[in-house]
Design a protein around this ligand. Structure first.
Ligand code: ATP
Ligand code: MG
Length: 645
């Protein structure tokens, strides 16, 4: 039943040594079309493309693999059935550690087909949008893959978002169908998802159906004609659904960015280029092998979960873990418990989680058998060297490769990152560009900074297959955000240093760069230093108007669990000394405020724009707070600031 017009080449992604990295990188630079043409053979195409790439950054319009036909769900499922039917595709690790489910490729295929038929029965057609507001349950994977099977466009909304955030996203993408659950379970707590969904959907004219997963026994009011239990609907469908022949450039999904810098953007990804890149990077960067147990601890509500829990791993026929709970439940050793029980080989998480776990103390790792681990990844923000070292020593036992992967919702896949088996790593550096990625640094005037040992704004000079194609419903914003600042280049919004050996260090958002007495300082470097000070768990620095220096440095500091009662002056002194020692007197914070927590997005990123407003005493102008994980944190910080500053 598999149509092998071009058989997928497996194992083509593994790299052995720095020389091979360089040769491959140079080959991709010399002839990008030939390079990506070869890589794209890893997918199964129903019909070959006629052109590898069309367009460039001059008008921000790029197509990959034009004329080609494929189906993403077919690539993640059907083509594995010949050789991997009984292999576990998804290990579902429920909130309760005693509930684990192994879902084979064959089972996954059947459930996805059923789900696709349910969507068809509810009138969903090619190009329609389906909004998914689900916790980390298997139905989330079924729905995503079912959408791509029939050509519908999914938009996953993280199940921690409020009714207002959900409503904004449903309206923005014009979804006809929503898939949700009666309740969610996370960290032993119950999330009333259906209730939130009902509030979000009030009076929405365009909405046809709400499909409800029964995650708990609880009942929920069902709106007649609109709401349906998903398990009943699926039972009524056959477990076969043909896969649509999609164009390579047909939309695959919409995903909203974290909103760290403002109103979230509905980033649109398409089919052929996205899957090529997600699967190729998953195999190459992690050095993935056929029998690995792979665990990405992100939520599927973020791009990391899309590319590296679902699409990349499943396209590669991998066993991927879907984790419903939090690293702290029932205890702060849940990750290590999972690693031990399932024999995880590759583990991927975010620096914010690493810091939180390190702050809980090493006793949570003691006695755990983590010897199956081979590769550890991080993503989401610069990792401070102290957290890196803890991850390397304590989790990896000094044996594992660490890949610090820099990328964005808009890039679809990892862009600057170490590659397992290729380059030597440096704590805190994302090191070198992936194949086909040409990072460049420019100064404020848009002049290219060549050579090493330079700092500037990070841009990408050449199109890559998984780049976002537009912002849903607002192409002008897309062109304006990414292609107008430095014409001819994709602008990332991040600052970056290329060191004397050509390694890249992300210094933080360009908007966050501090200009202190004429010196440009990145927030990441100062925070890394503060975090290494005694008593400190984590920190965030922002600038504030300063009569003499132009910009002063304001540091918000969260203390370690056992240091919470420490004296303010002691902490302030130790922080200021640390920064002076590590960086210089210029970088020394003018103000240090101890706070109980930092304002973070749901994906764990610090929202410095809020902290900037607080530092400026502009408590009334904090802006959009809808993507905050815990809005109460802001009140506490405002109080602490009001009292002390
Ligand atoms: P918005 O664009 O709405 O403000 P966001 O940028 O936080 O939201 P994401 O796409 O989730 O949304 O985050 C991408 C950003 O995360 C990058 O631009 C970068 O600032 C940061 N980042 C991701 N990985 C790394 C890393 N390994 N090192 C340093 N920074 C990273
Ligand atoms: Mg961004």
């Amino acid at each position: 039943m598999t149509i092998d017009i071009f058989p997928a080449k497996e194992g083509q992604g593994r790299i052995h040594g720095m020389r091979e990295y360089q040769q491959t990188y140079e080959a991709a630079q010399r002839d990008p079309n030939a390079f990506w043409d070869r890589v794209a053979q890893r997918l199964t195409w129903f019909h070959p493309y006629h052109t590898v790439r069309e367009g460039d950054f001059t008008d921000g319009s790029v197509n990959w693999f034009s004329g080609g036909r494929l189906n993403v769900s077919f690539n993640c499922l059907d083509r594995h059935l010949k050789t991997r039917a009984e292999k576990t595709a998804i290990i579902w690790e429920a909130d309760n550690p005693a509930d684990t489910q192994h879902i084979s490729y064959k089972q996954l295929h059947r459930e996805v087909c059923r789900m696709a038929n349910v969507l068809l029965a509810h009138g969903v057609r090619k190009g329609d949008r389906v909004c998914i507001y689900l916790p980390m349950v298997p139905e989330l994977a079924y729905t995503m893959l079912a959408c791509c099977r029939i050509g519908a466009i999914h938009s996953v909304v993280f199940a921690g978002f409020s009714a207002d955030s959900l409503r904004d996203r449903i309206l923005d993408c014009g979804a006809r169908v929503i898939v949700t659950a009666n309740e969610g379970l996370r960290g032993g707590r119950v999330l009333p998802l259906k209730q939130i969904c009902d509030r979000a959907c009030e009076g929405l004219a365009k909405l046809d159906s709400v499909l409800v997963v029964r995650r708990t026994e609880a009942d929920t009011p069902m709106v007649e004609g609109r709401d349906h239990w998903l398990h009943e609907a699926m039972k009524a469908q056959r477990a076969y659904c043909p896969a649509e022949w999609m164009h390579a450039e047909d939309p695959l999904f919409i995903l909203y960015t974290s909103g760290s810098t403002g109103k979230p953007k509905g980033v649109l990804h398409t089919s052929g280029g996205y899957l090529t890149y997600a699967s190729y990077t998953h195999e190459t960067v992690f050095g993935y092998r056929e029998n690995d147990i792979y665990f990405c601890a992100a939520d599927i509500g973020w791009i990391t979960g899309h590319s590296y829990i679902i699409y990349g791993p499943l396209a590669n026929g991998a066993t991927t873990i879907m984790f419903e709970s939090t690293p702290m439940f029932p205890n702060p050793d849940r990750y290590w418990d999972i690693v031990e029980r399932h024999g995880v080989n590759i583990f991927y998480t975010a620096p914010t989680a690493i810091r939180a776990l390190a702050a809980k103390g090493d006793q949570w790792l003691e006695g755990r058998d983590l010897s199956s681990l081979r590769v550890l990844g991080t993503v989401g923000e610069p990792i401070n060297p102290e957290a890196w070292q803890w991850y390397y020593d304590k989790v990896g036992g000094g044996r594992c490769s660490i890949v610090d992967t820099w990328w964005q919702t808009e890039t679809g896949g990892m862009m600057i990152t170490p590659i397992v088996g290729a380059n030597p790593v440096k704590p805190g550096s994302a090191t070198l560009p992936f194949f086909g990625v040409e990072p460049i640094l420019v100064n404020e005037h848009g002049e290219r900074l060549d050579g090493n040992d330079v700092t500037g704004h990070l841009c990408i000079a050449k199109p890559w297959p998984s780049m976002a194609r537009t912002i849903w419903g607002d192409h002008e914003r897309y062109l304006h955000t990414y292609f107008s600042t430095y014409p001819g280049y994709y602008f990332t919004g991040d600052g970056c240093r290329r060191d004397e050996h050509g390694n890249y260090w992300i210094t933080g958002r360009v908007d966050d760069v501090l200009n202190v007495s004429g010196h440009r300082l990145g927030t990441a470097e100062i925070e890394a230093s503060i975090n290494s000070a005694e008593l400190v768990a984590e920190s965030a620095v922002v600038g504030f108007p300063h009569a003499i220096k132009g910009t002063g440095i304001f540091a918000y500091v969260v203390l370690q669990a056992d240091a919470e009662s420490s004296d303010h002056d002691v902490v302030s002194f130790s922080v200021r000394e640390q920064v002076t020692r590590d960086i210089s007197k210029i970088a020394r914070p003018d103000e240090v405020l101890i706070v109980s927590g930092l304002p973070k997005t749901r994906s764990g990123k610090i929202m410095r724009r809020i902290l900037r407003k607080i530092a400026e005493h502009e408590y009334e102008k904090l802006g959009n707070l809808t993507t905050l994980a815990d809005p109460n944190v802001v009140e506490h910080i405002v109080e602490a600031h009001h009292e002390n500053c």
